[in-house]
Design a protein around this ligand. Structure first.
Ligand code: GLV
Ligand code: GLV
Length: 355
């Protein structure tokens, strides 16, 4: 191959491999066994000749790596993720390197995981499962693992972009929840869907669902029974959920986060979970992955999973394929492909909490 492309991890499927190797690339997949590669590990992989890199969200892609990639003759980097808070896009662009991400293919898979966390937290599935396995079940009881009914309650979505909107639709269509959302942008298609679905329910003699676009995030936190967080992580959304905002939420609310850990002040969340046993959370992401803040693992009112929101076979193969297209489009300069999912740096002045 004319071009040397490095992938810092092995990824699902084979299409991404064929795309690269059938298009003049020599692909090197890192075989290092440790889960998270350091900047030094990646510097060694880049070496002195490298045209493009496929990297992971656990890696710190800043000036050190991008200037090394530039010196190695590289022009392309793709993150295998839709989120790219681990990438300093300005530093990449300064070094003449285009950055790609993998939107679209993970929307429904991620929304389904957020929905799973919602149901697991609302109906105490994990707690009940542990109870069964511990041999504690000694007969049906009226009080045993009583949780929350979703039907007719209000789902609050913070960040109604692709994933937030898909999640909202699932909860509205599946459980006939009413919607309140907060986003800097109007989620027009989502609003139209809720209106049409409400009319359909009404025509069938059922209670219609409703929607409301909240003027402030606080309105969502105060009014919703279930709140799911789907913002981009940047400076404006760091610790979006803080002690003050936890305090205004309903005492028996369900809070779900399948976006990025630092969106929640996790220490404050642990305190809140301790003080409010009816308050439940479903978490896919954590502030200091792979770690949890002290005490979180002991909270029965928390469901925790290890950042698996995009983990369906179809989606992970799709993400891998998109990373290959991103890198190829740039290094071969294909007029049609271009760099299909090129991302821009977040700009301070038009920074977008929810998208
Ligand atoms: C996963 O967390 C992603 O951003 O794709
Ligand atoms: C519960 O199992 C019931 O039959 O009400």
């Amino acid at each position: 191959g004319k071009y040397r492309v490095v992938s810092t991890k092995s990824m699902p499927g084979t299409r991404w491999i064929r795309l690269l190797t059938n298009n003049d690339c020599r692909l090197e997949i890192c075989t290092e066994q440790k889960t998270i590669l350091s900047v030094d590990d990646i510097l060694a992989l880049i070496g002195d000749r490298c045209d493009g890199v496929i990297g992971q969200l656990t890696e710190d892609w800043g000036d050190v790596l991008f200037s090394a990639l530039k010196r190695a003759g590289g022009t392309a980097f793709s993150n295998m993720a839709v989120g790219y808070n681990n990438v300093d896009v300005e530093a990449a662009n300064r070094n003449g390197i285009a950055v790609g991400n993998t939107p679209g293919v993970l929307t429904e898979t991620t929304a389904e995981l957020a929905a799973s966390l919602t149901l697991s937290a609302a109906r105490r599935i994990v707690e009940a499962d542990q109870f069964m396995r511990a041999g504690l079940y000694d007969g049906w009881l009226p009080h045993l693992f009583v949780g929350n009914l979703l039907k007719g309650q209000t789902v609050g979505v913070i960040g109604a972009g692709r994933i937030g909107s898909a999640y909202a639709r699932m909860m509205i269509e599946g459980f006939k929840m009413n919607l309140i959302y907060y986003d800097l942008y109007q989620a027009t298609r989502l609003e139209k869907f809720v209106t049409a679905y409400g009319q359909f329910l009404k025509a069938n003699g059922e209670e219609p669902v409703t929607w409301k676009r909240a003027a402030t995030m606080e309105d969502v936190l105060r009014e919703a029974d279930v709140i799911s967080l789907h913002p981009v992580l940047d400076k404006t959304t760091y610790h979006l959920i803080n002690p003050e905002r936890l305090a205004i939420m309903k005492k028996d609310a369900v809070l779900v986060n399948a976006s990025r850990g630092p969106v929640i002040d996790e220490v404050a969340l642990v305190e809140h979970l301790k003080a409010n046993p009816m308050f439940r959370v479903g978490l896919d992401v954590f502030e200091d992955e792979p770690y949890m803040k002290p005490g979180l693992a002991d909270m029965k009112n928390a469901v925790v999973v290890p950042h698996i929101a995009s983990a369906s076979k179809w989606t992970r193969e799709g993400m891998a394929t998109l990373t290959a297209l991103n890198v190829l489009g740039k290094i071969k300069g294909y007029p049609v492909w271009g760099n299909p999912n090129q991302v821009e740096p977040f700009l301070e002045e038009n920074s977008t909490p929810p998208r």
